[in-house]
Design a protein around this ligand. Structure first.
Ligand SMILES: NC(=O)c1ccc[n+]([C@@H]2O[C@H](COP(=O)([O-])OP(=O)(O)OC[C@H]3O[C@@H](n4cnc5c(N)ncnc54)[C@H](O)[C@@H]3O)[C@@H](O)[C@H]2O)c1
Length: 314
């Protein structure tokens, strides 16, 4: 990994991934692309709609990329509102990115999600290889995407790699319409109003991970020798599993009067109910040394401190 092109680089993951990769590999070696123009980019950037296959190929070629990290997608909750757009963007963008990687011999990364599981998947300690019959458009896209990435490796030898991310919690760029967004919003509202109304019901457990651990996981997987990998794509990764009551209890260690109440959204609750409670990360640990630094309380302390500074200086 020396010259890296990123799609969807202005999103929740892409924005922080761009910064981190520029620190490690050099600002000039990371090309940040998104359908929206970047303002104040700290390195090379370009406008790219990932459904434009020719422009994606040309940008990667002109940049001399050796790696493509494909982040542009429509997330779970938005994909349920606009299923056809989700299919066209999530599948069309992915196949273009895989084709660009095949044509130019690029190493390739894209995230799948815990949304690739469904109601018939074992809910606890969900295995790496298990039943995947998701009931959401996002899930359908993610399962098809996992298989397509495997296919490009088996059929064409493209060095495809990927993880199944859980809900990601971060304090730089707001999340883009996922089911786990409540676990980010709750920290903003805790600081601004000392209260939060959750659209996810008490007792609903989902896997989560703090952004610094997610970025490190991407880099560790990409830098692992290929001959160590048995799975290549869609490694289960997570750091913690909690329900709204537990994240509220963690916040109360810093803000004792924090109030949590509920106005459950049936659409996002339905998606959450179809996902695992907690997934097994043994394959990622064994094959490329996946590890995390943040549990719920460590993440809460860091989130509240960073957001306090951010919101005070806004
Ligand atoms: N954030 C999470 O909690 C999470 C969890 C699991 C998996 N993932 C996956 O990680 C990837 C990135 O997610 P994210 O949270 O950064 O998403 P996001 O919604 O925050 O960002 C997506 C970016 O893609 C851009 N985009 C939209 N349409 C585009 C197009 N046609 N062409 C180019 N760019 C376009 C948007 O402008 C946005 O900047 C996605 O594949 C997502 O499914 C995210």
């Amino acid at each position: 990994m020396k010259r890296i092109m990123i799609t969807g680089a202005l999103g929740q993951i892409g924005s922080e991934l761009t910064t981190k990769l520029r620190e490690i590999y050099g600002a000039d070696n990371v090309l940040a692309t998104d359908i929206r123009p970047a303002s104040g980019s700290t390195g090379p950037s370009a406008v790219l709609d990932v459904t434009d296959a020719q422009k994606m190929h040309d940008l990667a070629k002109d940049f001399g990329a050796d790696t493509l990290m494909h982040m542009a997608a429509l997330l779970s909750a938005t994909a349920e509102e606009k299923p056809l757009l989700a299919w066209n963007l999530n599948m069309g963008g992915l196949v273009n990115a895989l084709e660009t990687s095949r044509e130019l011999g690029l190493q390739f990364f894209t995230p799948s999600s815990i949304g690739a599981f469904g109601p018939s998947t074992p809910k606890n300690n969900t295995p790496q290889d298990t039943l995947q019959r998701p009931t959401t458009m996002y899930g359908v896209n993610k399962v098809a995407g996992e298989l397509l990435c495997d296919y490009y490796f088996e059929r064409f030898g493209v060095d495809t790699r990927g993880v199944r991310f859980p809900g990601l919690i971060s304090n730089v760029t707001p999340p883009g319409g996922g089911t786990t967004d409540y676990a980010v919003d709750i920290y903003y509202q805790a600081i601004e109003q000392n209260s939060y109304t959750s659209y996810i019901a008490a007792g609903t457990y989902m896997d989560m991970m703090y952004m610094p651990d997610a970025l490190q996981a991407i880099i560790d997987l990409m830098e692992t020798d290929a001959d160590q990998l048995i799975h290549r794509n869609a490694f289960n990764v997570t750091a913690m599993s909690f329900d709204p009551e537990q994240i509220a209890a963690s916040i109360r260690k810093h803000l004792p009067d924090f109030q949590l109440d509920y106005a459950v959204d049936p659409v996002r609750q339905g998606i959450a109910d179809s996902w695992p409670d907690n997934i097994d990360v043994t394959a990622a640990r064994d094959e490329w040394g996946f590890k995390t630094a943040y549990d719920l309380d460590a993440m809460t302390a860091d989130m509240l401190e960073k957001l306090k500074n951010k919101l005070q200086n806004a």
